[in-house]
Design a protein around this ligand. Structure first.
Ligand code: GLC
Length: 555
């Protein structure tokens, strides 16, 4: 494997920007690339290594840009290629690497290839880039019983160019997101070319959307509907985690390695969004000749209970170790309820609820949620490997749990007739300045989703330089982590603490820490001579470790 220098990605902290919600430069209420460029110093001060941009490509925005109509162009709502180049140059000047999203499972129905497919006959090469099939029962029923991830059937019937009811096409997501046929060499060649297009524009890597979905089981067999349709069933499902995906990633790895120049720590990386369980199946994605990283969603969904946390961390580290990969920790992203809100609910063993919340649902205990979120982040950022942060978590932003239904834009909401509230609650624009319209998101009065009033006090300018703020906590954790190189360290669990306390040391080349996280109700005394390097709550010297608090002590 080609690799260069330090392999920066092994312990990188990578900050996810959801472009429509981070910073708006032109006042239209939607974030954009120039807005991002202007705010990049925030990330440099925070102390992350890289940023990942969710899609900003030309798109009708039916799934907030995860429906791409042109993989090589910037949508005018976000800017243009010049704005992208300016963003990348500025980021690199600030010492930040830039990861972009690639969406290879499906395109938009407005992609020229899909338009050509609709205009062409069944069996044509144009149709062969997607998954068109004849229906069952004289064509009237979909080819199989697969369901869309966003609700409803995974097939839509087309009208043929001659006006007759015709074939069906597969879409694992919205009807406007037709799935590609990855057995088609033309599709493979096209995406390798897309990767090269962005690598030539100096990007440092890609986050691969729905990385476990590209290849479907031969013959597209029915799903056993008795199976739990959740991620836990991936190993048994004909649409997820098929062996053929690995061959694609081996070839992508060879491609990105061509761009790594020996010795200058310039690896270009690939990170999978693969909702694959169990964890040994997930580890296959990060074998030495495949991807560099794969999000650890099992960790994201682990409740804030000491036994569950200990088990997940132990298993995750061991699985990554078997293939020599770093673990890739994550607690929040644009598809799940923010962890400051998830953790504000009673914690029960088993995977956590990540689905959207509405005003009719039980509301979280916001103070408790934030307290636990800070403690959980302080655990995550001590762990060896890479970690991803989602925009606004460094401000302690909660989910917007009371959005009115008429502002919701996630297609999940409409496709389930509102049964599932969708993912808008975590996508609400970021507050930069308290007390001004749109909390400084942009020069206009509004944002594409309304911001909850509590975002005002959490705005970045209200926290910057304030000791004990969530922003201050994140900067402290990131700076100690970097100084001691904890991301390259080794975890050892420590005995002698109550069961409800996660206690481990991280031994790294530049120093070691003892991490104590109290997930129980009973305060725990700290060693008398403890030197506190970071603490999830402001503390007095010598104080006990309270409930839902994490400390890093000099070991
Ligand atoms: C991924 C994205 C999600 C999107 C879906 C379809 O899961 O993270 O936001 O809706 O893929 O592209």
């Amino acid at each position: 494997m080609a690799s260069s220098g330090e392999q920066w990605w092994r312990d990188a902290v990578i900050y996810q920007i959801y472009p429509r919600s981070w910073a708006d430069s032109n006042g239209d209420g939607i974030g954009d690339l120039p807005g991002i460029t202007a705010r990049l110093p925030h990330l440099a001060e925070l102390g992350v290594d890289a940023l990942w941009l969710s899609p900003f490509y030309t798109s009708p925005q039916h799934d907030a840009g995860y429906d791409v109509a042109d993989y090589r162009a910037v949508d005018p709502i976000f800017g243009d290629l010049t704005a992208f180049d300016e963003l990348t140059t500025r980021a690199h000047t600030l010492g930040l690497r830039v990861i972009v999203d690639v969406v290879p499972n499906h395109s938009s129905n407005e992609h020229p290839w899909f338009r050509a497919a609709l205009a062409s006959a069944p069996g044509s090469p144009e149709r062969a880039r997607y998954l068109f099939r004849d229906g069952r029962d004289n064509g009237e029923l979909p080819p199989n019983n697969w369901r869309s991830q966003f609700g409803g059937p995974a097939w839509t019937r087309v009208t043929e160019p001659d006006g007759t009811p015709g074939q069906w096409y597969l879409h694992l997501f919205d009807t406007t997101q037709p799935d590609f046929d990855w057995t088609n060499q033309e599709v493979r060649d096209e995406f390798e070319d897309v990767l090269r297009f962005w690598l030539d524009r100096e990007v440092d890597g890609f986050r691969i959307d729905v990385a476990h979905g590209l290849v479907k089981a031969p013959g597209l067999p029915h799903v056993d509907l008795d199976l739990d349709p959740s991620v836990a069933a991936t190993a048994l499902s004909p649409m997820w985690d098929q062996p053929g995906v690995h061959e694609i990633y081996r070839s992508w790895r060879t491609l990105v390695d061509e761009y790594a120049v020996d010795g200058d720590d310039a690896d270009r990386i690939l990170c999978a969004e693969a909702w694959v369980l169990p964890s040994d199946a997930l580890a296959q994605y990060v074998r030495e000749d495949e991807l560099h990283q794969s999000f650890n969603f099992e960790y994201l969904m682990t409740p804030w209970l000491a036994a569950d946390q200990r088990a997940t961390v132990t298993r995750s580290l061991a699985q990554a170790e078997t293939v020599g990969a770093p673990q890739t920790w994550v607690l929040s992203n644009h598809d799940v309820v923010r962890h400051a809100t998830r953790l504000g609910y009673p914690q029960v063993s088993g995977p956590q609820r990540i689905e959207g919340i509405s005003a009719d649902d039980p509301q979280p205990d916001a103070m408790l949620g934030l307290r636990r979120a800070r403690a959980a982040t302080a655990v995550m950022l001590a762990l060896p490997g890479s970690a991803y942060l989602f925009q606004g978590e460094e401000l302690g932003l909660p989910e917007a749990t009371q959005l009115p239904d008429d502002v919701r834009q996630d297609p999940t909401f409409a496709r389930t007739d509102g049964t599932s509230k969708g993912r808008d609650g975590c996508r609400v624009p970021v507050p930069w300045e308290g007390g001004v319209p749109s909390y400084g998101f942009g020069p206009g009065d509004s944002a594409w989703l309304p911001q909850p009033v509590e975002y005002g006090v959490l705005a970045a300018d209200r926290q910057r330089g304030v000791v004990g703020s969530t922003l201050d906590l994140y900067s402290t954790l990131l700076s100690v982590r970097r100084r001691l190189r904890l991301g390259r360290g080794t975890v050892t669990w420590l005995d002698g603490y109550p069961d409800d306390v996660l206690a481990f040391s991280v031994t790294a080349t530049n120093g070691s820490v003892t991490v104590l996280a109290n997930l129980g109700d009973v305060p725990v005394p700290l060693p008398a001579d403890a030197v506190v390097l970071a603490s999830s709550q402001p503390r007095e010297t010598g104080a006990v470790l309270g409930s839902d608090e994490t400390v890093w002590l000099r070991a």
